[in-house]
Design a protein around this ligand. Structure first.
Ligand code: NAD
Length: 484
């Protein structure tokens, strides 16, 4: 199968924070890959803008290094890289001063799509928005891209939304949650809404529970200071896991269009029940053989920030009343894996008398490492000897089903940046969605703070604290293994 690549119109993309880590590791390599695919035209201009006083050529050296570091050797092509570098330039600019703004205004082409990627800390979102406006750079068609974290709580998210709204309309603001750019996450919508098979079963009558796991094997190295202020609830649950939950639980939108999809996601967030203390387990990894503990890495003795959290969540609406959603995410766990597992109820009656165990089907949607879906079904164990049942996986690995295309999905950032250029907001969070997610998150955090409940220690390389296992055991259920 050969993917169809539809080239986007020529554009000017300004990367504020163009010398930062995100630009180096994600944004620039993604743009190179889109040029390689034929989606990004040679008429595109990429303008790095940051505080460092670099020349165009010095910045091109930075870009060259970023691409050679991040792009696997078999996708690297020296001639293509030269072509890419020809599209790149640099403007030294101060987000909170006046330096560089006139140069930037002069470098932009009037008749092009113009997008501004705010790849800087959130404290600079307001100053950047203001200056784009004051220097007459912002136009009604201008698009801005803002990174996570979008706020620390409801109040700060509202303040950020207000600051952006003072200079831009909502349809110009692209709030990135890179999980939404993952191929499998979009596939969730295709599986649900382009097949007749699943939707009739997709409700509390047939679904026993849903598990969403985002496990990481790495610790918080390199992000300690930020992470210690955030913790797993703010860093993962409020945004990424909430988005996955929405896509699983939402009603079918009338069209696959930005506001139709986002309206349905918002309804899910607003239908979430508050989470009581008995339904939350927080953990923090301790030191293990050759692995420093969380507090050693962040350098804050006594820190109570959670590097692991498990929650049981209810979506209180007609479709889902009574079906729990179990969410779990953490650092330094056994392996790196992200998956959503929808566990269906047992058949109501077993006609195979001696087979007392009921077996619910499970649809597991794997986001990483290898994207795909597995459906657990029960069949007869082959051979003579009566009707013995066995569970087998119907494995739909995309790599096998789709050949090359299933192996080389574009990185989430590639898709999302091209969506910005195409003006498609479907996979970006709307301001009210983000606020609703914080409105649900804040009381959960305030609750454990008020109770003084401390995070439970867990061993690096484990599945998290034992209490997380109990969260499901006491409901007569179990977590799926965290395995690669
Ligand atoms: P970074 O510290 O590596 O880079 C920050 C960039 O901002 C640099 O280019 C710096 O020159 C520029 N900058 C700082 N002050 C400036 C000013 N006054 N005027 C102009 N430029 C200024 O940060 P990063 O890791 O690249 O992160 C950027 C944003 O992306 C942050 O909001 C971060 O939370 C978010 N983010 C980063 C990652 C990641 O993997 N690095 C992942 C998700 C989200």
């Amino acid at each position: 199968m050969v993917s169809r690549v539809i080239p986007v119109d020529p554009f000017d993309l300004v990367i504020f924070g163009g010398t930062g880590d995100l630009a180096r590791r994600k944004i620039l390599p993604s743009l190179y890959r889109r040029l390689a695919s034929g989606q990004m035209p040679d008429g595109a201009h990429i303008i790095g803008a940051a505080r460092s006083g670099l020349t165009d050529d010095e910045y091109r050296d930075f870009v060259r290094e970023s691409v050679t570091d991040q792009v696997p050797a078999d996708q690297y092509d020296a001639a293509l890289l030269d072509r890419f570098l020809g599209l790149v330039r640099y403007i030294p600019l101060d987000a909170i001063g006046t330096e560089g703004w006139a140069d930037l205004a002069g470098a932009l082409r009037a008749d092009m799509v113009q997008a501004f990627y705010f790849s800087v800390g959130p404290a600079l979102f307001g100053p950047l928005a203001e200056r784009l406006h004051d220097h007459g750079i912002a136009r009604p068609e201008t698009r801005i891209v803002v990174e996570k974290p979008f706020g620390h709580d409801l109040e700060s998210a509202r303040a950020l939304n207000a600051v952006l709204a003072a200079a831009f309309h909502e349809h110009q603001i692209y709030r990135i949650d890179h999980y939404l750019g993952k191929e499998t996450v979009q596939n969730l919508m295709a599986v649900r809404f382009a097949n007749v098979l699943f939707e009739p079963l997709w409700n509390a009558q047939y679904v026993d529970h849903v598990q969403i796991t985002v496990a990481e094997s790495l610790g918080v190295e390199g992000r300690g200071a930020y992470y210690d202020r955030a913790g797993a609830m703010r860093d993962m649950v409020q945004n990424h896991m909430m988005q996955l939950l929405c896509l699983i639980a939402m009603e079918p939108p009338s069209h696959f269009e930005p506001d139709a999809v986002r309206d349905e996601k918002l309804k899910v967030i607003r239908a979430l029940d508050p989470v009581g203390p008995e339904d939350i387990v927080r953990g923090q990894y301790r030191a293990g053989p050759g692995v420093p503990g969380y507090v050693d890495v962040v350098g804050t003795p006594g820190s109570d920030t959670e590097s692991f959290i498990a929650l049981k969540v209810h979506v209180s609406n007609w479709r889902w009343a009574g079906t729990p959603f179990y969410l779990r995410t953490g650092k330094r766990l056994r392996t790196r894996v992200s998956e959503i597992a929808v566990t269906f109820k047992d058949p109501p009656h077993s006609i195979f008398g001696h087979e007392t165990r009921r077996r619910g089907n499970v649809l597991a949607i794997r986001l990483q490492p290898d994207e795909g879906m597995v459906m657990r079904v029960t069949i007869k164990e082959p051979g003579p000897g009566g009707m013995r049942l066995v569970e087998v996986p119907l494995d739909m690995s995309f790599a096998e089903a789709l050949g090359e295309d299933g192996r080389n999905f574009p990185d989430a950032y590639e898709r999302l940046i091209m969506d910005v250029i195409r003006g498609d907001q479907t996979l970006f969070m709307r301001g009210d969605e983000v606020e609703a997610a914080w409105a649900w998150t804040d009381p959960v955090i305030a609750g454990w703070q008020a109770r003084g409940a401390r995070a439970m220690p867990y061993d690096p390389g484990s599945s998290g604290p034992d209490d997380a296992l109990m969260l499901m055991h006491r409901d007569g259920r179990r977590w799926r293994e965290i395995e690669g």
